[in-house]
Write a protein that binds this ligand. Structure first.
Ligand code: C2E
Ligand code: MG
Ligand code: MG
Length: 635
């Protein structure tokens, strides 16, 4: 039973007892004073009324007492509640601001002062517009007051200004407080400073859209900007140019000097590019050593070409990193909007085709996109797809081209040259598919297969009593620097049982000179296996003679480009003479390829070139069609 119930019960009992006593006493007194029952009856009635009056008085007093005591209790509870609320106000990390119905500040808490930098006295009596950042227009505040008016509250993100002048975002809830009459008496705003959250959001967005190494926009952001730029160019009837820049032989730097230097180089290159461009040009790193430049308001190929040349020139001065002075070139592919492409994706693809053309044309240059490049690019994609199947369906063939001793005309070796027997296109030249195989990585399988076939064929010839000194196999420059090459050669020799001295590996001069240190190491390892090494297409790769001297190579193959002009072209004749003298001075054999006429062979023999290969001796043919007897006499 509660205290209230208990006091109600005792009041009822008291009333009962008093009523009984009153009635008993009144009955006794009336019967002793009055004999006449009529009188007694009247006084009993009077007595009844008197008791009703007394009861009513008692009830009135009880109510009065109750009202007074509950009147005393209320202020106490309210005071307690207010104390609690004040404590919460002061402890909470959220800023609290209370205004009266006229919008004048009447209360702020401690967190408010921490967040805004204002002290209480500076803001009391002021309006919250004191904190306006200027970031929101009148519409924003109009919507806020409309929501306060209709729903009694508003919450949302709002930018305000601290006392220091700094503007910052806060998450704020404002609520209207009504009095007993239903009129707005106050507004309470509770807010938290969300600048830290905003900052992390911003950092995340930056990370998602920028390359962490160079700080440049990444592919995602670049594509986005390109799309916006094209849309704007379209509506303003202007043009845009996209330049795709790829560093030449960047991989060599990574391989030889390490990834740290590689990274530093990329940063320095990005820095150089940054200095080149004014606002309105978007520079991005799309990945690896590939950069992209989007130039708005550039519709003429000539303008884009000038820019490309500026990029190439900017790389001419050495980059100084970590004590090294490094030189790096680049190749650039250019595609224009709206002439070459209508979308950002197409523009990028076309620039990529043009880049491929620039690379194929000898690097350190730029190329403009043309429509036939798309056809080529499409063809390359198709060939890459079909080539994969060709390997599985055994459509590749090895042909052998005879190599003759120029002095005796004797056939002393063969070069294995791969062909693709395409089901519809017939015999496809390696010149067409080897570059694609190199780009797609299929070259490793192709070269391994050719080497295996050539070694097996050589064993068969030896078993059949054919006296050949060597079979030469081409090794792609893409594979030459790899460790796997050594394992692969060792495996093939082991599997086929071929005498290593009968296997000659041809590697192009440019592959050796791309990274001479790695090449040197690889060559020494291969020599340990006992195989012979030849430098193919010699004369086209700007070899350093000093480096050449250090290479454990047994043969130089003079590039057919120099043989073609023999014996009448004086330049070719002079170059060939020098190459032969050079090779002999270094104790290497000289082998001329591309001999198509007897005069060429005769000239070469006269210059003491030892070996010759070319259509005049014999074309590359399947193994069974090699003519062992045919030995055209040079003299
Ligand atoms: P290469 O190694 O310099 O091969 C010589 C090329 O010259 C061959 O072209 C050959 O058919 C051609 N040739 C030979 N004699 C004459 C001549 O008298 N006149 C003319 N105009 N050409 C002649 P092919 O077979 O088309 O091979 C082209 C290139 O493809 C080769 O040049 C070689 O770099 C590459 N290649 C061929 N087979 C393979 C292979 O199995 N693996 C790799 N990685 N590359 C290969
Ligand atoms: Mg060759
Ligand atoms: Mg060659």
């Amino acid at each position: 039973m509660t205290a209230h119930q208990r006091s109600a019960l005792s009041a009822t009992l008291l009333y009962l007892v008093l009523s009984v006593i009153w009635l008993q006493l009144a009955g006794y007194l009336l019967s002793s004073f009055f004999d006449q029952s009529a009188d007694r009856l009247r006084w009993q009635l009077i007595n009844g009324y008197a008791w009703v009056l007394v009861s009513a008085g008692l009830i009135f007093l009880a109510w009065m007492r109750r009202a007074r005591s509950s009147g005393n209790e209320a202020p106490n509870a309210d005071r307690e509640r207010l104390r609690q609320a004040a404590a919460v106000f002061d402890c909470t990390r959220e800023g609290v601001l209370v205004t009266d119905c006229n919008g004048l500040i009447v209360h702020v808490n401690r967190a408010f002062m921490t967040i805004t930098g204002y002290v209480r006295d500076e803001v009391l009596g002021q309006r919250p517009s004191l904190f306006k950042s200027g970031r929101h227009g009148p519409d924003f505040y109009r919507a806020m007051f409309a929501s306060l008016g209709s729903a009694g509250q508003w919450s949302g993100e709002i930018w305000n200004r601290r006392k220091s002048g700094e503007i910052y975002p806060q998450w704020q809830t404002i609520r209207a407080i009504h009095d007993d009459g239903g009129q707005v008496s106050h507004y309470v705003a509770v807010f938290s400073d969300i600048s830290a959250i905003k900052h992390s959001e911003h950092e995340l967005a930056h990370l998602a859209h920028h390359d962490p190494l160079t700080g440049l926009p990444n592919r995602l952001l670049f594509s986005d900007r390109a799309e916006q730029a094209l849309a704007s160019a379209q509506s303003h009837k202007r043009g845009c140019a996209l330049l795709l820049v790829d560093l030449d032989h960047f991989k060599n730097i990574n391989d030889s000097l390490g990834h740290t230097v590689g990274d530093e180089l990329l940063k320095s290159v990005a820095e150089r590019f940054r200095e080149l461009f004014a606002p309105g040009v978007t520079l991005a790193r799309l990945g690896g050593d590939e950069f992209a430049v989007l130039v708005e308001n550039c519709s003429q190929p000539g303008q884009a070409a000038v820019l490309a040349q500026r990029i190439l020139d900017a790389l001419k001065a050495p980059l100084r990193l970590d004590g090294h002075a490094l030189f790096i070139n680049a190749s650039i592919g250019i595609s224009l909007f709206p002439g070459d492409a209508r979308s950002a994706g197409q523009l990028l693809r076309n620039a990529d085709s043009a880049l491929f053309k620039a690379k194929s044309a000898g690097r350190d240059g730029y190329a403009l996109y043309t429509e036939e490049l798309t056809a080529h690019a499409q063809q390359r994609v198709e060939i890459a797809f079909e080539l994969r199947q060709a390997l599985q369906q055994q459509e590749l063939r090895v042909h052998y081209q005879p190599v003759h001793d120029l002095a005796t005309s004797r056939l002393i070796g063969v070069e294995a040259l791969v062909r693709w027997e395409h089901p519809t296109r017939g015999l496809v030249s390696p010149a067409e598919f080897i570059p694609i195989a190199e780009r797609t990585g299929l070259i490793a399988q192709i070269d391994a297969w050719v080497m295996d076939q050539a070694c097996r064929q050589m064993c068969q010839w030896q078993e059949a009593g054919v006296a050949l000194s060597f079979v030469a196999v081409n090794v792609s420059s893409r594979l030459f620097a790899h460790r796997e090459l050594y394992d692969q050669v060792a495996r093939v020799l082991h599997d086929t049982g071929l005498d290593p001295a009968c296997l000659e590996l041809e590697v192009t001069e440019s592959a050796v000179m791309e990274d001479p240190e790695v090449a040197l190491e690889q060559m020494h390892r291969l020599r340990e296996l006992g195989v012979r090494l030849a430098i193919d297409d010699f004369g086209t790769g700007y070899s350093s003679l000093l480096r050449l001297k250090r290479l454990p190579v047994q043969k130089l193959k003079i590039d057919q480009g120099f043989v073609a002009g023999l014996p009448w072209d004086e330049d070719d004749a002079a170059i060939v003479r020098v190459i032969i003298a050079l090779a002999r001075s270094m104790g290497m054999q000289v082998h001329a390829e591309g001999i198509e006429q007897r005069e060429q062979a005769a000239f070469l023999l006269e210059q003491a070139c030892e070996l010759g290969q070319g259509y005049w001796f014999g074309r590359p043919v399947p193994a069974q069609q090699l003519d062992w007897e045919h030995a055209p006499a040079v003299i």
